[in-house]
Design a protein around this ligand. Structure first.
Ligand code: AMP
Length: 429
């Protein structure tokens, strides 16, 4: 679990802002659900035999009630969707969320015990149109964050019948080879054999190398759905690779499944930035109506490692520097007037020398210093020192405010109007 110190928070906020904007452009609305839910919700939604439920949940019992810190966002969103009977009011619901998730995993680069996910769900649309749109939207989002080497992997797991038939065939193939599987996969053979397909263990990989392929088991409806998804991704110009062995860790998926990777150089094996897929049975399994759904979650810390977007860490735009004790009052008033104009500023209230106040201005990243001493106050003027342009002017107080407001606003407009991709590796605000 990490602290995020103020110097890093700017990049977090920028990613969150780009995400919120993207979501609203696509008609999603934000939902906020509790960080704690009944343990049973996650067991039913995610699946009893998944790694998350078996090993990674922070669970506790409070007054006889088993509770768990949410390890992901979909189960809580589905619970809220059912509890508030949302489907009776809207045929299609698009929700997004952002916040911390908790998994007791072995920490490594890009893998933490408290981590943040940006996620979304669409309830009520069986796809494949919304599946393709969601994947295309995510690629656009990652481009806006200047994530290099974005790669989309898609697969279809078929519907429940397909999964059952394929599971039987896979078990029949692997049972004679059981002795050569890793201990984990020997166990999974009984509980969750599909997970053996994405095991990284060499013993498992060679056992599944000539296993029957899931795609041979897809029924006509699954095939049509997957074919249409691919056509629509092509229509959107979203490049993708079909990865028949992609199964992912959570149990609830059916039909469309996808992963988006990026910045492999920086993230190595942990380069999966986004994971998502369709979970058409989950809402009914949790006691709600039969409503199809699709969703995804992106790891925020990984996006920050992957993104080449740099954000200014300027704490303020301006410093107001009073010289002498009688200048402190007028300095506080001047700063208040500047803030009313939208200028972020700090007053150096320590009573220190001008030299030390200028050093402070540099540390804060201020562009302008307003210097106020007794002479300035008597004459109703202020000295304006432009730290970027290395100029210093004595101006009437009102004129000083106007000029600085115009200059700073123009500077921030020229940054905002820059296309995000052009800010690659440079300051963007
Ligand atoms: P999942 O909910 O397991 O499908 O994961 C979706 C995304 O969340 C992953 O692709 C990662 O980007 C991120 N993620 C999952 N687990 C962690 C973790 N322990 N630490 C950081 N990010 C994670």
């Amino acid at each position: 679990m990490n602290d995020v110190l103020p110097d890093e928070v700017g990049r977090w906020q920028r990613v969150e802002q780009v995400y919120a904007r993207t979501m609203s452009l696509y008609g999603y609305r934000e939902v906020r659900t509790p960080y704690v839910e009944p343990t049973g919700l996650f067991v039913r939604a995610i699946g009893e035999t998944t790694d998350v439920v078996e090993k990674e949940m922070y669970s506790f019992v409070h007054h006889d009630e088993p509770l768990t810190l949410r390890p992901e966002g979909t189960a809580g969103a589905a619970r809220a969707f059912i509890e508030h009977n949302v489907s009776s009011r809207e045929p299609v619901t698009r929700w997004w969320y952002a916040g911390p998730m908790f998994r007791a995993e072995r920490p490594q680069r890009g893998r933490y015990r408290q981590f943040y996910q940006l996620g979304a769900e669409i309830f009520g649309d069986p796809g494949p149109g919304c599946d393709a749109e969601m994947i295309g939207m995510l690629v656009g989002f990652l481009r806006e964050l200047c994530v290099p080497d974005v790669q989309v992997l898609v697969n279809s797991l078929g519907g429940p019948d397909t999964r059952t038939r394929y599971r039987e065939a896979l078990v029949a193939h692997l049972t004679p080879r059981a002795a050569s599987l890793s201990p984990d996969s020997q166990r999974r053979l009984q509980t969750n054999p599909l997970r053996i397909l994405d095991s990284k263990d060499e013993r498992d990989q060679s056992a599944v190398a000539d296993a029957p392929g899931l795609h041979d088991f897809l029924d006509a409806g699954d095939r049509e759905h997957f074919q249409k998804l691919r056509e629509l991704l092509d229509a959107l110009g979203t490049p993708y690779t079909v990865e028949p062995r992609l199964v992912r860790g959570l149990d609830y998926y059916s039909r469309t499944l996808f992963e988006i990777k990026g910045a492999h150089d920086k993230l190595g094996a942990g380069d999966t930035l986004v994971g998502g897929g369709r979970y058409d049975r989950m809402v009914a399994d949790l006691g709600g109506p039969q409503v199809p759904a699709i969703g995804f979650a992106a790891g925020l810390e990984r996006l920050l490692i992957a993104s080449e977007l740099a954000v200014s860490s300027r704490a303020v735009d301006a410093l107001v520097a009073p010289i002498g004790p009688e200048a402190l009052g007028p300095a506080l008033v001047l700063a208040r007037d500047l803030r009313a104009e939208g200028i972020r500023c700090e007053v150096d209230t320590r009573g220190s020398s001008l030299k030390s106040q200028l050093r402070r201005a540099n540390t804060l990243g201020a562009r302008v210093v307003f210097i106020l001493g007794k002479t300035e106050i008597d004459q109703g003027v202020v000295q304006v020192k432009d730290l970027d342009g290395h100029t210093q002017d004595t101006l009437a107080r009102a004129q000083a405010i106007r000029i600085v407001v115009d200059r700073l606003m123009a500077a921030s407009r020229s940054v905002d109007s820059r296309p995000p991709t052009a800010g690659n590796g440079k300051e963007t605000s």
